[in-house]
Write a protein of this length. Structure first.
Length: 813
């Protein structure tokens, strides 16, 4: 790293404090004076503050600040030239680099904040559209005027929706989709397939589930009807989480009360209507044998992920699916992105094949097939997709017959006449009531900016329900790292490193991994994680824990750290904000809209925050234009820029620029945590490297915004609480800052997993050695300190620990 980073060591008897004179004894560091950050109530900071005061009381020969002097301050670092001070917006000049004026004595005990120096200047003028504070009428809320009864829905279903789900009025997409789907024409040619497109959180799930349930309910009156009839409806979702969620909504619907309150009891007839209507989930979570047994019994409505469904279609003879009347492809664009095109084709062929076989069996009167079934009733397919890209249109061409496009926006704009037109002009936009914000954050500050943002969002919504916040990160390793970092580090973390025998193996035994962690930095908050590499039971437990958190404990907020796996379809109640710490590497503006769509659902409010690097300054304008498409209406979509200083000030509190010191202290506590254990260091390095790899996968059309050569590798390391970039990156030949060709080299190497692995392994080996010397240096520094040495800034050692020749020798050894 080339920017004068100084290791600000926090040892218990740091000479810095004693050198700072009497004031250090009284005032201590800013964290000791940080009684209650402005942004938090007394309760909310209790843990954090008590952690700090415990640490303070541990210090030998130092006084704990008293209540009478909570704001006394230690001597501040010498500022040489106010115009050249550390600043987010400008280049800084490290004080010690400046020549001291003749005759002046240079302060030896001098710590500088590396976090706020050498950051690139952020150009505020090219930062996207002008802020807009106007609030719009919610675009995905239930409609004021329409009623469900006017749409042809069975009164039993209407009563059930009202009493069990508190749903009285349809949303725009439901008003548009229910009439054609509920209408069952006698002429099979009129039974058209449907292409459904609408905004996030607008109630698409009920748009296809209600017609299915209403269609199947009357079949319960057939004398022979029981679950052995087989599968009559299949809903395919791209992920297990989404399939489980749809299955839960379906089960809620199937607990239908079948008799209106005032009707004469006819218990036997009404229970028969639904008793056979069993739903099942097929996602590969259970063993094949168990799934086969359930299929043999019969599952009239099935929710499945594509791979497992095709597997059973091909291999499970008892899977009775020949009479299937409904097929739903939910999140079809995502299915295509995940490479399920051939699987879907295989499923459609499998269903057609099974139907032919069942018909044949019925004609030949073999097997279980019953007479009286209406084989002319063709299967209807519903395809839901946010976008109508080429690949989705191709899938629609394969899967849909004579499709009808239903788009809530078009219906609202009285464009029903053009429903059969190619829908390419329909844009996928976020709900209008969503407040979209972004902040341009120097890369070095990303970690503390995230903490500050979470703190302020949590503090703002300390209502009885707490806040729910989803944070998107680039990759699974980054999610794991941040989750462990938030859960284990504290302001107390010291550099008391475990004695190491040099084998590089962490000395702590593996522990049971919990579902959530808590952090003193995020008071009354539980932190969950979600990514595709977690076992299914952990993934589902994390989602339900996050969704439930506020119900279990009043005033508990919850944060979900996740990858893009959580961007689609998940309907988690009352998510207050979505934070995109890393912008999507795949899917561009569409993925952005899906992610932000986890909040502001069905007419509720919500905030979407994006953390943008200075080199990505063009992104807000770019994403706005993509979302607006041809219908450029500047008032319609705008991202409001919030200065990073405001984010940090709101999160860390304090007067003036005091937030800089607080942010620095938080950063240092993270760095100490990373250094305190080999496993932590490895976690941080892995996250850093995986993040780099993920970043390099931005498509070429976005490289003008997201190019890896624009990133300052040393600064990025800091964002992973590393004090230097892993050597597999910085080692020979990789001149990151200047090298266009080096970037290309990395780009090509990056995709070679063998190279990457051996690089990492080599890197770990080298760093173990570096770590050992670092630890020795730290201990030696501590010994020196006890002997009256001083800690001062210097760039002379590889670890930038100052302290004279003894240390320099030790490090050089
Ligand atoms: N008419 C309605 N009135 C009130 N709430 C509704 C209505 N219809 C659905 N909801 C609720 O709205 C929430 C979002 O619905 P759903 O998950 O189906 O949205 P979606 O359009 O599929 O969103 P996404 O595109 O993000 O998957 C659910 O909690 C659902 O219970």
């Amino acid at each position: 790293m080339d920017d004068d980073i100084v290791l600000n060591l926090d040892t218990n008897d740091s000479p810095v404090r004693s050198k700072l004179g009497g004031s250090s004894k009284k005032g201590g560091r800013w964290t000791e004076r940080w009684d209650f950050p402005l942004a938090f109530s007394t309760n909310s900071t209790e843990d954090f503050c008590s952690a700090r005061s415990k640490r303070v009381s541990k210090r030998k020969n130092e006084d704990v600040p008293t209540a009478a002097e909570p704001h006394s301050r230690p001597t501040k670092r010498v500022r040489l030239d106010p115009s050249k001070q550390s600043s987010i917006q400008g280049e800084s000049v490290a004080p010690s680099r400046a020549k001291p004026a003749e005759g002046t004595i240079r302060c030896p005990a001098h710590i500088i904040s590396s976090l706020f120096s050498s950051n690139p200047k952020v150009d505020a003028t090219s930062a996207g559209p002008a802020p807009s504070t106007s609030t719009s009428h919610p675009s995905n809320a239930p409609l004021d005027v329409s009623t469900l009864s006017g749409l042809g829905l069975d009164p039993l279903l209407i009563a059930h929706l009202d009493s069990r789900m508190s749903i009285q009025r349809p949303t725009a997409i439901q008003r548009a989709a229910l009439p054609p789907l509920l209408h069952d024409p006698s002429d099979d040619a009129e039974r058209r397939d449907i292409f459904l497109q609408s905004q996030t959180g607008s109630g698409k799930t009920l748009s296809f589930l209600l017609p299915i349930v209403q269609d199947l309910l009357p079949l319960g009156r057939l004398s022979y009807m029981d679950r052995s009839i087989g599968t009559l409806a299949i809903i395919i979702a791209p992920t297990r989480e989404l399939a489980k969620q749809i299955s839960d909504v379906l089960e809620g619907l199937l607990q239908l009360r079948l008799r209106p309150e005032n009707e004469t009891p006819d218990q036997a007839a009404s229970t028969r209507l639904t008793r056979w209507l069993v739903s099942g989930l097929l996602t590969g979570g259970a063993t094949r044998t168990h799934e086969k047994a359930r299929l043999r019994k019969g599952l009239p409505i099935l929710v499945a992920t594509p791979g497992r469904l095709l597997d059973h279609l091909q291999n499970t003879t008892s899977f009775n699916v020949g009479k299937c009347r409904w097929l739903v492809l939910d999140e079809a664009d995502r299915l295509m992105e995940l490479g399920f095109e051939d699987t879907i084709k295989g499923i459609i062929q499998g269903l057609d094949g099974r139907r032919r076989l069942a018909q044949q069996a019925m004609q030949e009167e073999i097997g279980r097939e019953v007479g009286g079934w209406d084989w002319t009733h063709r299967r209807r397919t519903i395809l839901c997709s946010a976008t109508i890209r080429d690949d989705v249109q191709k899938l629609a061409g394969t899967a849909l017959t004579n499709p009808l496009l239903i788009n809530a926006a078009q219906v609202d704009n009285d464009k029903e006449a053009s429903r059969d037109d190619p829908p390419s002009s329909v844009q996928f936009t976020p709900p209008s009531q969503l407040s979209q914000k972004y902040t341009v954050v120097p890369v070095k500050l990303r970690l503390v900016a995230l903490v500050a943002l979470l703190r302020s969002l949590i503090a703002q919504s300390q209502t009885s329900e707490g806040a729910k916040i989803i944070v998107f990160l680039s990759c699974t390793d980054s999610v794991d790292f941040h989750w462990r970092l938030f859960g284990s580090s504290s302001m107390e973390t010291t550099l008391d490193i475990d004695e190491d025998d040099g084998d590089g193996v962490p000395k702590k035994a593996a522990e049971d991994v919990p579902i959530f962690v808590t952090s003193p930095l995020l008071p009354n908050t539980t932190v969950f994680r979600l990514h595709g590499s977690l076992p299914t039971d952990i993934r589902l437990a994390s989602i339900s824990g996050f969704a439930r958190a506020s119900k279990d404990s009043i005033e508990t907020s919850s944060v979900l750290l996740c990858t893009s796996v959580a961007s689609r379809g998940l309907d988690l109640p009352l998510v207050r904000a979505v934070v995109q710490c890393d912008l999507p590497t795949e899917g561009g503006a569409t993925e952005y809209v899906h992610r932000v769509g986890r909040t502001a659902r069905v007419g509720k409010g919500g905030e979407a925050w994006s953390i943008v690097a200075p080199s990505e300054n063009e992104w807000p304008q770019w994403v706005t234009e993509k979302m607006q498409g041809d219908t450029r209406d500047a008032k319609k979509i705008s991202l409001v820029r919030v200065p990073i200083e405001d984010v940090l000030r709101n999160g860390f509190g304090g007067k003036g620029r005091e937030y800089e010191e607080r942010a620095t202290d938080v950063q240092l506590s993270f760095e100490r945590w990373v250094l305190s254990d080999k496993a932590h260091t490895e976690l941080a390095r892995k996250a850093f490297l995986s993040h780099m790899r993920a970043y390099a996968t931005h498509p070429s059309s976005e490289k003008h915004i997201f190019h890896i050569r624009h990133l300052h590798i040393g600064h990025l390391a800091k964002a992973f609480a590393l004090r230097e970039a892993p050597r597999s990156i910085t080692a020979s030949g990789h001149k990151w800052k200047s090298g266009k060709s080096d970037t290309a080299t990395f780009g090509s190497r990056k995709f070679n997993s063998d190279n990457a692995r051996s690089n990492i392994e080599r890197d770990i080996g080298r760093n173990m050695d570096t770590e050992r010397r670092m630890q020795e240096a730290v201990r030696a520094q501590g010994r020196l300190a006890k002997q009256g040495g001083v800690l001062m800034r210097s760039g002379e050692s590889e670890f930038q620990i100052a302290g004279g020749e003894a240390l320099a020798k030790l490090v050089r050894r």
